[in-house]
Design a protein around this ligand. Sequence first.
Ligand SMILES: C[S@@+](CC[C@H](N)C(=O)[O-])C[C@H]1O[C@@H](n2cnc3c(N)ncnc32)[C@H](O)[C@@H]1O
Length: 323
Amino acid sequence: MGEGSTDTPQGVGHGGGREVSQLSPSHVPVLLKEAIDFLNVRRGGTYIDATVGLGGHSYEIAKRLGAPGHLIGLDKDPAALERTAARLRPAGSGEADWPSIELRHASFASLGEARGPIADGLLADIGVSSLQLSDAARGFSFQADGPLDMRMDPQNERTAEQVVNHLDERELADVIYEFGEERRSRRIARAIVRSRPIRSTSHLAQILSAAARPMNSGSDKYERRIHPATRTFQALRIFVNRELDDLKALLEAAPRILKPGGRVVIISFHSLEDRIVKDAFREGSIKDKYYRVLTKKPVTASEEEQDRNPRARSAKMRAAERV
Ligand SMILES: C[S@@+](CC[C@H](N)C(=O)[O-])C[C@H]1O[C@@H](n2cnc3c(N)ncnc32)[C@H](O)[C@@H]1O
């Protein structure tokens, strides 16, 4: 087997060295080979990983940048950065050819403040990380009992508990409809308001299951396939973290911070995000002509990857080049 350290993010399995990963499957980065190929990392360049997370993609970028390169990694979640700082080290004797790495606790929306074209490439693998999902105390999962928090950044003032207990019924229904694409939003909002106060993920999941019951007996296979809490939890998470606003700010900043020939690669996990990415790339290529779109259709994970990593099933990747 290979020679990598046991805490090295999973190797991409093509090109040079192949690291041995001891990470659980849920920590495996999504569309890793595809994202790295589309980024077309140039040795010695400056690249931004806007969602460094556990560093799976960043590690592969770093390997290709080599000592003259520079990698800037951002994350809203300081817990991710703390763990990842130690993981973004070269395996074996690669120290001499490793780029400088700068990790910043920041939202990628802040990239709008960058002055001029600074980057040869920009990657964003948006959404929630396995680290966040698997920690019940963060409140992201309806499958484990925890407080209704859902903040990626603990400095964020708004928590899911505040939203669930203080938004008025109509606003709550709008959030659930808009960000969860949940057609039972009004009924769910009514059930939530009647059950207040709600303090835990399991209490909320119970309310959502009960509110969904009459419709679940119908013939809608799709609705029966997903857990009745899925869409509402997604909606609350997006609202709490202002995820779509951040994504729009990132897409607005991208063409300004990319050097000519630089590439932007975005991996998203639901249709609301993918639509925003698709529209921004299309606008940049047709109307303003600063992009060449590299993916006519979104790239999705192979069946083999989907089997290995269920999280990859909903992933969609799009890429464009700054011209
Ligand atoms: C799916 S994970 C990234 C996984 C990473 N590519 C890897 O290989 O380990 C998404 C990460 O993006 C972060 N994130 C989400 N929205 C963000 C934003 N607006 N700005 C910065 N980081 C964000 C989350 O905290 C999470 O750690």
